[in-house]
Design a binder for this molecule. Structure first.
Ligand SMILES: NC(=O)c1ccc[n+]([C@@H]2O[C@H](COP(=O)([O-])OP(=O)(O)OC[C@H]3O[C@@H](n4cnc5c(N)ncnc54)[C@H](O)[C@@H]3O)[C@@H](O)[C@H]2O)c1
Length: 377
């Protein structure tokens, strides 16, 4: 076995309601076949339906505690940003590869910078086509799921209006309004229309709407987003899906409290953009254990880690996306891998106590150091 390879560690996720794990047993098998040593924390995959025995059979070694895992491994790979209980494990000789979303988390930024740990933000890694290969599958899941949870919460026992999303012969289906026509919006519209809803999808980009008009079914109408068009469309909304993103910035508050007063009572707002602050003045983060609250008579579902509820599917999708990056990183180490793949290097977030992501530095009002000052191309 090549001892120069980075030892990979997979901890158990501890964020509320999180059921994903960073690697499936089959991904472990692939890394092991390349000579890699993979460690996992006891029961790391249990919530996603992967048993310890499957990891062991694939070639991984089990450790009991997260402390032992961090101590043993060079490269920690996980899904969610570290939680405060994990900050004490940060060390300057460790690499952490996961979703980090630093722009809104000063406490985490301080802990990372103080420790000198190297971090790679999965959400910032881009590929040759300028896509975000680890972020996109999570947006696809959240979008698809938004249509499903919206339809579910329309039930009266869930405090909805009682509109069956698909309608039935002689009775109209639900009107689903999707605000933002990127990845989340497209996938929400696809599933909502598949369920039989009448869907209106809004975006500011005409060319994106042209594309969606070609590929989505006829029960999806497209509309250019303006304050007026949105206000008008919301008047008949049974389900609203917030799917807007302005990269690196907080989500714009497109739906005011005043606008919501005119939305039918019992309608559902699934604000997927909540991880960037949400698109409604009334949105605030909720959790999988208590996903909804009511304001202005509207059921708000604002869970920032929606894919965590579908751990099995989301783990498979995340593993598919991360493995092509993880494998060379494990074998070649950080700097040679970054030099070969500048899109991967875009993920570098902290290095030697310096903050490399410009947008995060700006929003946190912390000093920024360009990556190329630390790791030349
Ligand atoms: N809650 C969760 O679990 C979860 C999971 C995945 C993604 N998200 C979030 O969902 C949001 C959308 O992600 P995405 O991958 O679809 O992003 P995306 O970049 O693919 O799409 C965003 C869309 O918003 C549009 N937009 C920007 N300003 C607008 C405006 N004023 N009016 C209408 N449309 C506007 C853009 O043109 C773009 O088409 C992000 O905030 C992302 O972080 C949340």
């Amino acid at each position: 076995m090549d001892t120069a390879l980075l030892k990979v560690g997979v901890p158990r996720e501890i964020k509320d309601g999180e059921s994903r794990v960073a690697l499936t047993p089959s991904a472990v098998k692939r890394l092991a076949a390349k000579g890699g040593q993979v460690y996992f924390q006891k029961n790391a995959g249990l919530a996603a339906g992967f048993l310890d025995q499957e990891y062991i059979k694939a070639g991984a070694k089990r450790v009991v505690s997260s402390a032992a895992l961090w101590k043993e491994c060079d490269l920690i790979v996980k899904i969610k940003e570290p939680q405060p209980k994990e900050y004490k494990f940060f060390k300057s000789d460790k690499i952490l590869f996961c979703f980090i979303h630093l722009a809104a988390n000063k406490k985490l930024a301080r802990a990372l910078l103080k420790s000198g740990i190297t971090t790679i933000a999965a959400e910032s890694v881009s590929n040759k086509d300028n896509h975000f290969p680890m972020l996109e599958p999570m947006s696809e899941i959240a979008g698809r799921m938004a249509a499903i949870v919206g339809a579910y919460h329309q039930m009266i026992p869930s405090r909805g209006r009682g509109v069956l999303v698909c309608g039935l012969p002689g009775v109209l289906p639900a009107h689903v309004v999707v605000v933002g026509a990127g990845t989340v919006g497209e996938h929400a519209a696809k599933i909502a229309s598949g369920l039989g809803a009448q869907v209106t999808i809004l975006d500011t980009r005409q060319e994106r709407l042209n594309f969606l008009d070609e590929i989505l079914p006829k029960n999806v109408s497209t509309l250019i987003a303006t304050p007026e068009s949105l206000t008008q469309t919301l008047l008949s909304a049974d389900i609203i899906i917030g799917a807007v993103l302005i990269p690196g910035a907080k989500a714009p508050r497109l739906i005011t409290r005043k606008m919501l007063k005119n939305v039918p009572k019992g309608s559902i707002l699934v604000d997927v953009s909540i991880d960037q602050g949400g698109i409604a003045e009334t949105s605030r983060p909720t959790s999988h254990s208590q996903p909804t609250y009511i304001e202005e008579g509207i059921v708000h579902y604002c869970v920032p880690n929606m894919p965590g509820a579908y751990g099995r599917t989301a783990t498979a999708a995340f593993t598919n996306a991360i493995l092509p990056y993880l494998e060379p990183l494990m074998i070649q180490g950080l700097i040679p891998t970054f030099k070969r793949d500048p899109g991967f290097a875009e993920g570098l977030t902290t290095f030697s106590g310096k903050l490399v992501q410009k947008m995060a530095a700006e929003s946190l009002r912390l000093p920024h150091t360009p990556r190329t000052d630390l790791i030349p191309d």
